[in-house]
Design a protein around this ligand. Structure first.
Ligand code: NAP
Length: 278
């Protein structure tokens, strides 16, 4: 059976819209984009469309690809001090002359709706985070919607990026799962992944995970987005694995829409917390 992220994201969107209708002023977010990377432009435009449909104020802060670190940090400092902006993200990747880690950590953690500052990443591991990285948050929301139990289950995560794999460790531990993390140096990957009750794959290699890597009846979450000859593929070979898995996410239509809608949920979290502090 398929876990339909697209459908769930639309349901969450409608709920957010209803909540936002009652709010004045409206929640607001800024997306900072540097340069003209076509994939980034597609992502930013789809965030802008969704945010406006929900009823948020949206600013697309676009910078030339030669922008200096100082200029970007100035913009972030302005956003940090603004009473009317609730959240900000820096669309990644950014050009190599800029230190992405340094720039992201200039964001006030209370406005860090991507959950990527070191403070929010650390809070996740001590169970105190309110702004959680969007892809991992979306994955947990989707699994819960399909009543997938975590407690005592073995979750195997393939990939240890700061964006996906690492925050998932904290979230799955908080749900009382037993967690194993694999990466490019893991020996005999299939032997480990076959032990998973829940297998989450975030690698960036089309169809890396075939049926031989999966236990019959496992739940499989495919985070990968790989463009091959103009077509999108996940990291999981959907055709063979879907015959073996109990539940599986498709690409597209699985984790992708859950990531964007989780960002929108985080805007409201940040808005409500700012309101409380006033
Ligand atoms: P990343 O930063 O490139 O990390 C990839 C991870 O995979 C690394 O930890 C790497 O190990 C590991 N890896 C590479 N080859 C491997 C192999 N053969 N066996 C086991 N592990 C291997 O990627 P990311 O940002 O996490 O993204 C992963 C994928 O998810 C990409 O396709 C990306 O486009 C997609 N993504 C999708 C969404 C969404 O909303 N659907 C959101 C974010 C990312 P090392 O650490 O040892 O190098």
């Amino acid at each position: 059976m398929i876990m339909n992220g697209k459908e769930l994201s639309l349901k969450i969107k409608e709920n957010l819209k209803k909540e936002v209708e009652k709010l004045d002023p409206k929640p607001s977010l800024v997306v900072i984009q540097v340069g003209e990377d076509p994939a980034s432009s597609i992502y930013v435009n789809s965030k802008a469309k969704l945010a406006r449909e929900i009823g948020y104020e949206f600013e697309h802060a676009k910078f030339d690809e030669n922008v200096s670190e100082e200029e970007l940090i100035q913009k972030i400092e302005y956003i940090n001090s603004s009473d009317s902006i609730n959240g900000v993200i820096v669309q990644l990747p950014i050009p190599k002359h800029l230190d992405a880690n340094k720039i992201i950590n200039k964001i006030n953690p209370t406005k860090d709706i991507d959950g990527l500052t070191e403070l929010n990443a650390g809070k996740l591991l001590t169970s105190k985070a309110s702004l959680v990285s969007c892809t991992p948050k979306g994955i947990i929301t989707l699994l819960k919607e399909y009543n997938v139990p975590f407690e005592g289950k073995h979750v195997v995560i393939v990939g240890r990026s700061n964006l996906v794999g690492k925050p998932l460790i904290g979230l799955c531990l908080n749900e009382n799962a037993t967690v194993t993390v694999c990466h490019s140096k893991t020996k005999d990957l299939a032997k480990v992944t076959k032990k998973a009750d829940i297998l989450i794959v975030a690698v960036g290699k089309a169809k890396l995970i075939t049926a031989d890597y999966v236990r019959k009846g496992a739940v499989v979450v495919d985070v990968g987005i790989n463009r091959v000859d103009g077509k999108l593929y996940g990291d999981v070979d959907f055709e063979s694995v879907s015959k073996k898995a109990k539940l599986i996410t498709p690409v597209p239509g699985g984790v992708g829409p859950m990531t964007t809608i989780s960002l929108m949920e985080n805007v409201l979290v940040s808005y409500n917390e700012m309101k409380k502090r006033r």
